[in-house]
Design a binder for this molecule. Structure first.
Ligand SMILES: Nc1ncnc2c1ncn2[C@@H]1O[C@H](COP(=O)(O)OP(=O)(O)OP(=O)(O)O)[C@@H](O)[C@H]1O
Ligand SMILES: [Mg+2]
Length: 265
């Protein structure tokens, strides 16, 4: 009990990184996300859970304006990163996505070398002054993604030639190479075997010391293992959001309880 309180306090002392208020998303006529309010904390892993089609990916994509790329998507409401409106006309979505990085369900390395995959972001954003600095970012990012030892002697080989688990860690290295403040991960382990999954989960826990991490997962075990906060979505509504232990052991909403006990979904 005491321990729980300490954990709770530690998490609560983290600042809010993203605030969302009254977020609605429509795909044409379809109302996919309904009036979502949430505060996402810094230096915390937040899990989004809920049945297929409930809007988890839709909401995740709102957080770095990836829905801008979906022609029929309409996003309304207010989303702020450190208090600044990310949908403001002056915000460049490409710059925003360097700050709010994303890792997708299916590993999607570019058909380029391992080195060039990781160097891509720092290059397009002009983050380094010379080759030595770029080399250093590539190495640090691959180390943080727990991939360096496996690839350090083959950096010139294609990223697409790696195993699935290695490709996903390469994509994580690519996402963190621009020093994002928030990392969005949409079912990052669903294509991975249990060993690679365990590696990525360990990595997520380490990334939390530097970033705010938001992970969509269909695995409740994974949400319980890696996150400190959990949001449960159902039919486009954010039904319940709170400390992960509370959501899994003492949910307040009957829909959350039905989902985590396997009755819906
Ligand atoms: N590009 C799109 N065009 C039209 N409808 C879409 C599009 N993307 C999502 N939707 C619809 O919006 C709703 C929410 O979809 P979303 O992909 O956010 O769900 P999800 O919770 O991530 O599901 P899953 O767990 O299956 O990934 C669904 O009804 C889906 O069909
Ligand atoms: Mg999804």
């Amino acid at each position: 009990m005491n321990d729980m309180r300490i954990v709770e306090r530690t998490v609560d002392s983290h600042q809010t990184k993203i605030t969302a208020r009254g977020v609605q998303v429509y795909y044409g006529e379809k109302h996919a996300l309904k009036d979502v309010d949430v505060d996402i904390l810094d230096k915390t892993v937040t899990a989004f859970i809920g049945p297929s089609g409930c809007g988890k990916s839709t909401f995740l994509r709102c957080l770095n304006r990836m829905n801008d790329t979906v022609a029929i998507a309409r996003v309304q409401g207010d989303i702020r990163l450190d208090g600044d409106d990310i949908y403001d006309k002056r915000v460049d979505p490409v710059q925003l996505r360097a700050k709010v990085g994303m890792v997708f369900q299916k590993p999607n390395p570019f058909p380029k070398s391992i080195y060039d995959n990781v160097a891509y972001g720092p290059r397009i954003h002009g983050l380094t002054a010379n080759k030595a600095e770029l080399d250093a970012i590539v190495e640090t990012s691959l180390r943080k993604a727990a991939l360096w030892n496996e690839v350090k002697d083959r950096l010139a080989e294609s990223g697409t030639g790696l195993s699935g688990g290695q490709q996903q860690r390469l994509c994580i290295a690519r996402a963190i190479a621009t020093s994002p403040e928030v990392l969005l991960m949409d079912e990052p382990c669903s294509a991975l075997d249990p060993i690679a999954t365990a590696q990525v989960e360990e990595l997520i826990d380490e990334l939390r010391s530097q970033f705010s991490v938001v992970i969509v997962t269909h695995s409740m075990q994974q949400a319980a293992r890696v996150s400190q906060r959990t949001a449960f979505f159902h039919l486009g509504n954010l039904v319940e959001y709170g400390e992960t232990g509370q959501i899994f052991t003492n949910p307040k909403d009957p829909r959350t309880e039905s989902y985590i006990t396997g009755r819906i979904g």
